[in-house]
Write a protein that binds this ligand. Structure first.
Ligand SMILES: C[S@@+](CC[C@H](N)C(=O)[O-])C[C@H]1O[C@@H](n2cnc3c(N)ncnc32)[C@H](O)[C@@H]1O
Length: 245
């Protein structure tokens, strides 16, 4: 049984920022990253699937997909798991419209909230079993990331899971170094024409703020987690997947 999609609230001015343009207006450009596996979605979401099936196998769980986008990769990761309820949050109306059509495949109730997770999560008290953040926490600066991670810590109960797949630098690398390594991928990402690359570069250079491995660990500790486990490193070494316990 599937909940009828609920009307969505428009909760933030952040959607108007130029750095959101690629997700609001040009979702098909981001889709090319996924379809060509340039960001290693296949491996990262396979890793998420393993984490969800190995943790208390068979026990039904609720899942909060923070910055869910069109939810396509999440639906694949959730197939064959004990998902009992899905909730997605995103600022992009274009992406949520696609998610509305993709999520019924899960066969469980779902709800989509149009809004800014940095505003919505600290206000939330309803608990959830698993929180997943895929390629979106890096849009926030360090202090805001800490605030969101604290909020997430407080809504996931004991025995719950929090997993993130995010822009990460090896220790010692700064943001400029990470951006240089991102730009070095350009010759391999042949699916984009020059105009699309301009949109991508405008977005990434304005909106992407990686953390180092130690930086993520410090954020996790400050947010109240005891442990950070590294479950996947993208072959480009631009992104890493972490579980916080
Ligand atoms: C790079 S995409 C990631 C989508 C999906 N999670 C994935 O793994 O492919 C980033 C997504 O984050 C959303 N986003 C960015 N900042 C946000 C915010 N503050 N609140 C809600 N959504 C946000 C964008 O609209 C976009 O859908």
């Amino acid at each position: 049984m599937v909940d009828a999609p609920r009307p969505r609230r428009f909760a933030s001015g952040r959607a108007e920022l130029p750095s959101q343009q690629i997700f609001q207006r040009d979702w098909q450009i981001y889709r090319k990253f996924i379809d060509n596996n340039y960001l290693f979605h296949r491996e990262a979401y396979a890793c998420l699937h393993r984490a969800l099936t190995q943790h208390e196998p068979g026990r039904p769980f609720s899942f909060l997909d923070v910055a869910c986008g069109d939810a396509g990769a999440s639906v694949e990761a959730l197939r064959g798991t004990a998902i009992a309820h899905y909730e997605g949050i995103d600022l992009s109306r274009a992406a949520l419209d696609i998610a509305d059509h993709t999520l019924p495949a899960l066969g469980c109730p779902f709800v989509l909230n149009e809004g800014d997770f940095a505003e919505l999560l600290p206000l939330r008290s309803e608990p959830v079993d698993v929180v997943w953040i895929g390629l979106s926490l890096h849009h926030l600066r360090t202090a805001e990331k800490r605030r969101v991670m604290r909020a997430v810590r407080s809504i996931v109960g004991e025995g719950g899971q929090i997993l993130i797949y995010e822009n990460t630098s090896p220790d010692g690398e700064g943001r400029e170094g990470w951006l240089e390594r991102w730009q070095a991928q350009r010759p391999f990402w042949t699916a984009f024409d020059a105009a699309e690359w301009d949109v991508i570069w405008d977005h990434v250079s304005a909106a992407d703020y990686p953390e180092t491995v130690s930086g993520w660990r410090a954020l996790a500790q400050e947010a109240g987690f005891e442990q950070m486990r590294e479950l996947f490193v993208a072959p480009s070494d631009l992104f890493r997947l972490y579980a916080f316990d």
